[in-house]
Design a protein around this ligand. Structure first.
Ligand code: TRP
Length: 335
């Protein structure tokens, strides 16, 4: 029996190259060896205001991206979180046993919500980790492939599962964090000391997965470097720009660090930038082409999601029934 994996991505906006390397590409690799469940977490997206039409479109677009990136929906289960009602239901059941203090200590919440915003943000933002814990625990996942930024959420999930198991007896499998191969932390092109993120203002901060080749080249050309004129990996903050370009190059070529450094030995930053843009574009071209084909075929995408929801529900509903029984909720009598 293969071990089970679950992961999710929000359907809001575009993915950056960083999201691709840290999540989507990692999933494609993982999907060969594990029993995988990948969900588009639309219920997480609505923890902040969303345009309804945009949210619906975004859900289909991210599904198309999964498929374009190489996730095979016959093999892996691909579904929209809101299509499997057990997610909402387990989130409430778990909410009732989550200490408020745990939620208030989550760094993502603290970073996003200052004192002034407490009056205006929805309570879903505080409860976000509980919904995520439910996503994972419903499938009894062994491992959760996510980026480093999700480590605390996974710790929270483990703690909550242990708490439940302790109170009601063995119910949930305790999942493990399954990070992408290290070294792929991608930083902003305009400020290589900041993680690349789609929410930054500057238009040459982030590379997006669907950026056309000339835009990729243009953004890389403008990327911040330094005056050392030396192309090697380094954790010196002053060399973070060049390091980031090398990291990108390495992530797309899968070459050893020494090989990458040897390749650029004696070359200039202009050359480095041209080659980085080239490997990125070469690697993304097939994905982008498949995406364009896929995204226009709504009927196919909807069918993938329908089928995925059905397969996911079969597992999720069984876990949910067990949880309700353990808590003491009376099951409706059979007719
Ligand atoms: N919080 C995750 C992120 O922002 C998305 C997510 C929601 C998720 N539920 C999940 C990831 C379950 C893994 C497993 O990236």
């Amino acid at each position: 029996m293969k071990q089970r994996v679950l992961s999710g991505i929000q359907p809001s906006g575009q993915l950056t190259i960083g999201n691709y390397l840290g999540a989507l590409r990692h999933w494609v690799r993982v999907s060969q060896d594990f029993d995988c469940h990948f969900t588009i977490v639309d219920l997480h997206a609505i923890t902040v205001p969303q345009d309804p039409a945009g949210l619906r479109e975004g859900t289909r677009e991210i599904t198309a991206l999964f498929l374009a990136a190489g996730i095979d929906p016959q093999h892996s289960v691909v579904f929209a979180q809101s299509h499997v009602v057990a997610h909402s239901e387990l989130a409430w059941l778990l909410t009732c046993m989550t200490p408020l203090g745990w939620l208030h200590r989550m760094t993502q919440f603290k970073d996003k919500v200052g004192r002034e915003q407490m009056e205006s943000v929805g309570a879903g933002l505080l409860n976000y980790p509980v919904l995520m814990a439910g996503d994972i625990l419903l499938y009894q996942a062994h491992a959760v492939p996510v980026g480093e930024d999700q480590r605390q959420h996974l710790e929270f999930t483990r703690d909550l599962a242990q708490r439940f198991n302790h109170r009601y007896g063995p119910t949930f499998r305790i999942p493990t964090f399954f990070p992408a191969r290290t070294g792929a932390k991608i930083m902003g092109l305009d400020d290589p000391t900041k993680k690349m993120s789609k929410s930054e203002e500057s238009d040459h901060h982030a590379l997006l997965l669907l950026d056309p080749p000339d835009l990729v080249a243009q953004k890389i050309k403008r990327a911040v470097t330094d005056n050392f004129r030396e192309i090697r990996f380094s954790d010196d903050p002053e060399r973070a720009g060049v390091n980031n370009l090398l990291t990108l190059y390495q992530a797309f070529t899968d070459e050893e660090s020494e090989t990458v450094e040897a390749r650029f030995d004696g070359k200039g930053y202009g050359e480095l930038k041209r080659e980085v843009a080239e490997v990125i574009n070469e690697n993304l071209a097939p994905l982008q082409a498949r995406y364009r084909e896929m995204v226009s075929d709504r009927a196919y995408i909807d069918e993938v999601l329908r089928d995925g929801a059905q397969r996911a529900s079969a597992i999720a509903d069984a876990t949910l029934a067990d949880v309700k029984q353990k808590i003491g909720l009376l099951a409706p009598a059979a007719k």
